[in-house]
Design a protein around this ligand. Structure first.
Ligand SMILES: [Zn+2]
Ligand SMILES: [Zn+2]
Length: 315
């Protein structure tokens, strides 16, 4: 009997799956808060992860409290006519609304008691000009060690504001953006990528924006920084798990998280597999696996995208 040709419809799905997915402002931050709490259970950095759960919960409460400001016509035209991301983070004139978001986040997180005090105090010490300057440094990837305590809340406020704005634009404007290594909405680098489970995105890899929470599709087994597909390989915290993709030879939570490292540009970014753990979240799972960053850094790879809730070197 002839062996039937098995097709799982992958090609058809790639064609019909959305290239860009704008953020869901209703569930995103609340689900992240739950994930942080779940990951805190028995984790050596449990207090820190619980604090980040409180920050995410505050983002959830604050994002729905305001309407997104209107995106200027010129930005929409540049996007339509020249394919520029409409909310390019480094040139976008931030509405002062983001500092109202920051103030509300502070008030909420303050209720979390002692662990939150250093963060809240660091932000309260900044006037508006210094706050804007810190935001510029954070978006440019040039924060200073002295900024470390203020970074999580300033990063969270910027995420809240840009996520609200990103959700307000028309996806048709950005779905054909032809640069794959930065966010089509705000031009920031991704925090991580997630291989999705279920629906039309099943088994497809999406890069997750570190700032506006937008997701965009990129082929698997390809460097998300330089698009090299020859030297990319996978590192995980379990012995023997540094080779083929997906992580079939590892079990438990370590199997759901790998670092995708590239010999061509010597960079890496984490990739999370929903098939191994349906609840993975690009931001929460990233902060709960800093040991993986240490392992990959030691092998000479530099991280290619930021986590805006974290100043590198402050763990
Ligand atoms: Zn973005
Ligand atoms: Zn590369």
């Amino acid at each position: 009997m002839a062996t039937p040709i098995i097709t799982d419809g992958t090609m058809e799905r790639v064609i019909s799956a959305p290239r860009v997915v704008l953020p869901d402002t209703v569930g995103l931050f609340a689900e992240r808060a739950s994930r942080f709490l779940q990951l805190a259970n028995g984790h050596p950095m449990a207090d820190y992860l619980k604090l980040m759960a409180a920050v995410s919960q505050a983002q959830h409460d604050v994002i729905g409290a305001r309407e997104a400001p209107v995106v200027p016509d010129e930005a929409l035209e540049r996007s339509r006519d020249y394919g520029m991301p409409p909310l390019t983070a480094l040139s976008h004139a931030r509405d002062p609304q983001w500092r109202d978001d920051l103030r509300d986040l502070l008030a909420q997180v303050e209720g979390h008691g002692v662990p939150a005090q250093a963060m809240v105090k660091a932000v309260r010490a900044l006037d508006d000009i210094s706050t804007e300057a810190l935001a510029d440094r954070l978006l440019a990837g040039s924060t200073l060690d002295t900024d470390a305590a203020a970074v999580p809340l300033v990063g969270a406020a910027l995420q809240t504001y840009f996520t609200r704005l990103a959700a307000s634009i028309n996806v048709d404007l950005v779905k054909n953006f032809d640069v794959h290594t930065v966010c089509p909405v705000c031009a920031m680098r991704p925090v991580a990528s997630v291989v999705r489970l279920g629906g039309e995105r099943n088994n497809l890899r999406y890069l997750c924006c570190s700032l506006c929470s937008c997701e965009w599709n990129m082929a698997r087994i390809k460097c998300s920084a330089c698009e090299d597909d020859k030297t990319v390989h996978y590192l995980s915290l379990q012995a023997g798990g540094d080779d083929s993709e997906p992580a079939s030879n590892t079990v438990g939570i370590a199997a759901a998280r790998r670092a995708e490292a590239c010999d061509e540009c010597k960079s890496y970014l984490k990739i999370f597999y929903q098939e191994k753990d349906p609840s993975v979240d690009p931001v929460a799972d990233d902060l709960a696996s800093l040991a993986l960053d240490v392992l990959v850094d030691e092998r000479g790879f530099g991280r290619s995208g930021p986590n805006l809730l974290f100043h590198p070197g402050s763990a």
